[in-house]
Design a protein around this ligand. Sequence first.
Ligand code: ZN
Length: 442
Amino acid sequence: MTAKLLKDSKVSNSGEESFSHLVEQKVLSLRRNIISERADKLAEVVYRSVYVILDKVSELEPRFTVSEILKVGSYFEGTKIDKIDEFDFLVVIKELSKPGAIHINKGPDVFDEGYLMKEPGMVQIKLQDDDLKMKWRKYVIDDFLTGFQQPKDTHKRRQEFGSFVLESIKIFAKTQHEWRDLLFEPGVNMFFNRGGLTLLSISDSERVILKAAEVHHPNTVLELEYDGSAISVDLSPAIRYDRVKDCFKAGDCVNERLAADVLERGSILLVAKQGNTFRITFTETEVEYMREKIHWVHKLVYMYLKYIKCLYAKIKPGFQPFSSYVLKMFCIHHDINCTIENKTVSKCLDEVLDLMTDYLENDDLPNVFNTRLTYLDIGDIESEYRLCMLDGLRKIKELAVENPTEAYFNEVIKDVVEQSAGTVDFFRNKSLKIACQGVFSA
Ligand SMILES: [Zn+2]
């Protein structure tokens, strides 16, 4: 009897080890297109194209002169999977980022469709000196800086940040034959019927084509094409703010070391949102954490969760169980608190899933930098889909540990996701939980 138990636990240990290996191989294969010379080249050429466009923006509107183009988002964070299809940049507005240029008003009243929302992590901005107030007066309403846009007032569209991005591109387009194929709605969008605008290239064989650009208030999205693949580039205006302690309380952060990282950096970024509100972000500390500080095993777990989440999202377009950002928050929480000595994907994934279950059942998920800011509304339809995904992840692991081969693992992922997502009826979600549990106990 003892011998049998020993044998079983050995089998199961090796199954768990193999499972960790399978997840690692899966993630590495999902990053095959990301960690490549082609991706590096593309990142470089996209950055240079953005630089040239923003340089032209500053000629057209000197107020929007940019001091930094910050590389953010999953590609630069080292957690991108699947394919190179998006790049995110924060565009730092030079004049407003000088020390002492702005004052902030914390915890503003934010109205969302007529409802008052007290959202932690948001601020309003007042300009400090009279020269700046004068210079930026068309972007100031009731004393507060607007997010560089007034979408309701169509006449003023042309003074938005995004509008100048479009105008700049239009100037480049005029120098190229493709101009005749351009559909242009000032301040809103531009599309090329066919062809597109050739942006900077590294060599003749490396052409990046701009197909469209759209203002999404307050960010602007460029649609590019490179070597047959579509790439979306997101540009969000931001202000660098050096009085960190105005926006950040170390006591609100989940961890002392992380709080020290924020304070040592010496500035934070305020990213323009709708109307006159700006979001306090710790993007640079976060990108650095994910790139360099998080344990490799936890990074693997994060990418694996993102992959499974995307499969669920594909099955029910318009619904995703979790955003990548929320999954990242879970993994940072776990990284900070993980006490497992010999970390493996298998062991850490179990703990992350337990953590996710706890937060889903009992509480909101706090932002790691500001615990007053929470995610996951309980009771909405997504929350049911989230439980389904957690059950699915456990089931995938259970089956893969029993038979840890690559072919079976892939099959199991596909089957379990399809089967469990298929039980979700988004129009009758009452019976969902029961249906989901039924599938897995069967
Ligand atoms: Zn761990």
